[in-house]
Design a protein around this ligand. Structure first.
Ligand code: HEM
Ligand code: HEM
Length: 183
């Protein structure tokens, strides 16, 4: 059986990014439900802005890791899947992985754009980023909708991806071990 594995850099980036994406999806869904200052009684301070700033800072850090991973992936081939995996499944895996990379770029990009078109400054761990456009409500709404749409696509891809990993683990094909942190 072909037991080629992903290289160390791809494995570390895969798990670091996966962990951060799970945290960001949780944080994103949680923070949009938090009450705004105007919805709270006088004297009660909203924590919404704190979590939004945290989400943006982690998201921009994640964007850097995703760019690094994309560059690494474009310059390092993925190990070939074993011949025991049917051709259609190899093609489906390739399609899901390509879509993953596209959505991993689209998420921080639409997040950044909606933030840029809002009236609030975009901060990166406290540093105010330069404003590249004037606040515009209709543009902000457009990118907010796109960000939520891509989040939905991302969750769908994760479900398919984990489903495939479980199937390979049960069938003992050796594919799940290709991304394992253990040697
Ligand atoms: C891979 C990175 C990211 C993931 C997985 C992610 C995920 C999410 C999710 C799941 C939501 C909730 C969507 C909803 O229910 O409406 C959300 C909302 C949001 N995200 Fe992100 N996000 C990412 C990056 C970013 C970045 C880089 C920024 C800005 C610099 C950002 C800014 C926002 C803002 C402002 C909202 C609230 C939108 C609203 O007001 O409804 N996100 N994000
Ligand atoms: C946000 C979560 C995740 C994302 C975005 C993600 C993304 C990806 C991508 C893009 C690849 C293809 C790598 C390449 O060829 O460059 C991959 C491979 C892989 N992932 Fe994930 N992944 C996530 C979570 C998980 C989880 C939770 C598991 C385990 C249950 C997992 C197990 C694997 C395995 C075993 C491979 C190798 C598949 C093969 O050999 O073809 N991933 N992942």
């Amino acid at each position: 059986m072909n037991n080629a594995r992903y290289d160390r850099v791809q494995i570390i980036l895969h798990w670091l990014i996966a962990l951060m994406i799970f945290a960001m999806i949780g944080l994103g869904l949680f923070m949009v439900e938090l009450p705004k200052q105007s919805e709270l009684p006088p004297g009660v301070e909203s924590v919404r802005a704190f979590y939004f700033l945290l989400h943006k800072s982690i998201g921009l850090t994640l964007a850097g890791l995703i760019i690094l991973r994309l560059i690494w992936r474009l310059t390092h081939k993925a190990p070939a899947l074993p011949d025991t995996v049917p051709k259609w499944q190899q093609k489906a895996a390739g399609a899901v992985h390509t879509l993953f990379y596209m959505v991993m770029v689209a998420m921080p990009l639409t997040g950044y754009l909606q933030s840029m078109y809002s009236e609030y400054d975009t901060k990166f761990w406290g540093i105010v980023l330069p404003r590249l456009a004037v606040a515009d409500d209709s543009m902000r709404e457009l990118f907010t909708a796109a960000h939520a749409f891509f989040a939905f696509c991302l969750i769908g891809l994760i479900i398919i991806h984990i489903g495939a990993v479980i199937k390979h683990s049960i069938a003992g094909t050796g594919v799940s071990e290709r991304m394992s942190l253990r040697k």
